[in-house]
Write a protein that binds this ligand. Structure first.
Ligand SMILES: Nc1nc2c(ncn2[C@@H]2O[C@H](COP(=O)(O)OP(=O)(O)OP(=O)(O)O)[C@@H](O)[C@H]2O)c(=O)[nH]1
Ligand SMILES: [Mg+2]
Length: 194
């Protein structure tokens, strides 16, 4: 199992000239604003303040890179936040477009909220990755907000929305650590392909 001991912030990128290159695989964390991307990264790292967590959706406007030892995690700015200007949205779209074209991304962890049916944007994201042949995992967040029985029901709804199997979705909680071992198992395959 990959062991994460000392994850560190590397840098932020506001445009493609600031993208980093690395011999380590770059794994991106995507998802709508407030879904829990930064919290997920902190939970994986076993640190509270590595990535900035905010009650205010739409806070992370940059790509934030973190060195996880055997891989790099890129915290992507969240999509689907209504209260940003058109200009801001266009900037975001350009940044993401550039990132998926030239950012050297090897794998994506696409987050959705376990409590809600995936949004149109969530489905667009997954369809985009699928169409672009970018390998990805789907991770449902905030499992601690539901009972096990509710999680089980939610899994069926989410799998149907993404047209995938229930087993293709990892249900996690950044608060209890549920599912993070499964995420690390998946990342292991990315880091050390057989
Ligand atoms: N209960 C619970 N709350 C969570 C979990 N993950 C995130 N949250 C809460 O959800 C809110 C948003 O979390 P962030 O990690 O900042 O979300 P984000 O996706 O990085 O948001 P943006 O950077 O704005 O796109 C915060 O109030 C977190 O405390 C979780 O697993 N369980
Ligand atoms: Mg964030």
């Amino acid at each position: 199992m990959v062991k994460i001991t000392n994850a560190k912030f590397i840098t932020s990128a506001a445009s493609k000239s600031q993208f980093i290159t690395s011999e380590k695989p770059i794994i991106a964390v995507s998802g709508k604003s407030n879904v829990g991307k930064s919290s997920f990264i902190n939970a994986l790292a076993g640190q509270k303040k590595l990535a900035r967590v905010s009650q205010d959706p739409g806070r992370t406007r940059l790509i934030n890179y973190f060195d996880f030892g055997s891989f790099i995690l890129a915290d992507l700015p969240g999509y689907g936040y209504a209260k940003v200007s058109k200009a801001e949205k266009a900037k975001w779209a350009q940044l993401l477009d550039d990132f998926f074209n030239e950012g050297g991304v090897k794998h994506v962890i696409s987050l959705c909220d376990v409590r809600h049916e995936p949004t149109e944007d969530d489905r667009l994201m997954v369809n985009f990755l699928y169409a672009r042949l970018i390998p990805f995992n789907i991770v449902a967040t905030k499992a601690d907000k539901l009972s096990r029985a509710q999680q089980d029901k939610a899994l069926t709804v989410i799998a149907a929305a993404f047209k995938c199997g229930r087993g293709d979705i990892i249900v996690t909680s950044s608060q209890t650590g549920q599912g993070l071992d499964k995420v690390l198992e998946e990342l292991e395959k990315v880091i050390q392909p057989e």
